[in-house]
Design a protein around this ligand. Structure first.
Ligand SMILES: Nc1ncnc2c1ncn2[C@@H]1O[C@H](COP(=O)(O)OP(=O)(O)OP(=O)(O)O)[C@@H](O)[C@H]1O
Ligand SMILES: [Mg+2]
Length: 264
């Protein structure tokens, strides 16, 4: 794939985010001293006032704190860490949902994310129309969309609702379609937050099987957030342990798990 769709996002900070579709680049993801800070105000009023005055007090939370790592193409890496360690924040920066406050992020290749699955659908359009719309956003041709559509619809199991406006869907139904789409296209980089549970128990099991199927394709670069040591060991060769937003240990998965289990 060419790198012609290079995108450079410069938010109102010193942070630099670079994306391209260069799936031949030996590096898939690079975080270079990335910090993501949130300002915690006492209440909503204080947050509002902060737009007009620099003197409103706040506490700074660093969800990612000077975080650096490089993930090579084809690697499967687990992010380990306690609640609030900064795992989802890093994934959101990779997918573009969130922007870093400072540092440099490079992402080479198309990212598919199994998180925040219900986001980004147009409630006025039917499920089927949303598939086509999302496919276009992905840069797929009409032919490619037509090929994928039955697979996505079949997986989502929405029955007649597939032709109803998505505002009539339950949240579980939206997530099902989101998962079916994200897991049917072939990404260069797959980002999975295992905390994610889609639909009811039976459907969640089916989703997990699909995730495992994609992850066993050695061409796909995988970033996997999990609290389960056995899943991490099964699918990943490398583990990065995060603590208070920092990379505190980065090694072979067995060593990373042993380290993580030693600190919790
Ligand atoms: N929008 C936000 N505003 C304020 N603080 C936030 C926001 N999003 C995340 N945080 C804070 O950033 C830190 C890291 O959160 P993150 O969701 O990345 O953790 P995590 O490692 O994914 O945890 P978990 O295992 O519970 O999913 C937490 O302290 C969290 O409270
Ligand atoms: Mg999380």
């Amino acid at each position: 794939m060419s790198s012609k769709q290079t995108g450079l996002v410069l938010p109102d900070t010193q942070a630099l985010v670079m994306r391209d579709e260069d799936s031949a680049n030996p590096v898939a993801i690079e975080f270079d001293h990335v910090t993501k800070s949130y300002k915690l105000f006492k209440n909503d009023r204080a947050r509002f006032m902060s737009a007009f005055s620099k003197n409103v007090p706040y506490k700074e939370v660093r969800a990612n704190d000077n975080l650096s790592f490089t993930i090579r193409r084809g690697e499967a890496v687990a992010f380990l860490g306690t609640n609030g360690a900064g795992k989802s924040t890093a994934l959101k920066i990779i997918t573009g949902v969130s922007h870093p406050t400072s540092g440099r992020v490079c992402v080479h290749g198309r990212v598919s994310a199994l998180l925040e699955l219900s986001a980004g659908f147009d409630g006025q359009l039917s499920g089927r129309e949303n598939i086509a719309f999302r496919g276009q956003l992905w840069g797929l041709s009409a032919e490619e969309i037509a090929q994928l559509e039955p697979r996505i619809i079949d997986f989502a199991e929405l029955g007649d609702y597939i032709d109803q406006p998505m505002r009539t869907y339950s949240s579980g139904m939206k997530a099902r379609l989101g998962f079916a789409f994200a897991s049917s296209i072939k990404p260069d980089i797959l980002v999975v937050d295992e905390a994610l549970s889609v639909g009811d128990r039976r459907f969640a099991k089916k989703c997990l099987a699909r995730v495992h199927e994609i992850m066993s394709d050695s061409h796909v670069t995988v970033l996997f957030v999990t609290h389960s040591s056995s899943s991490a060991k099964e699918f990943c060769k490398r583990g990065i342990v995060l603590d208070r937003g920092r990379n505190i240990y980065d090694a072979d998965i067995k060593d990373a798990i042993a380290y993580y289990e030693g600190i919790v």
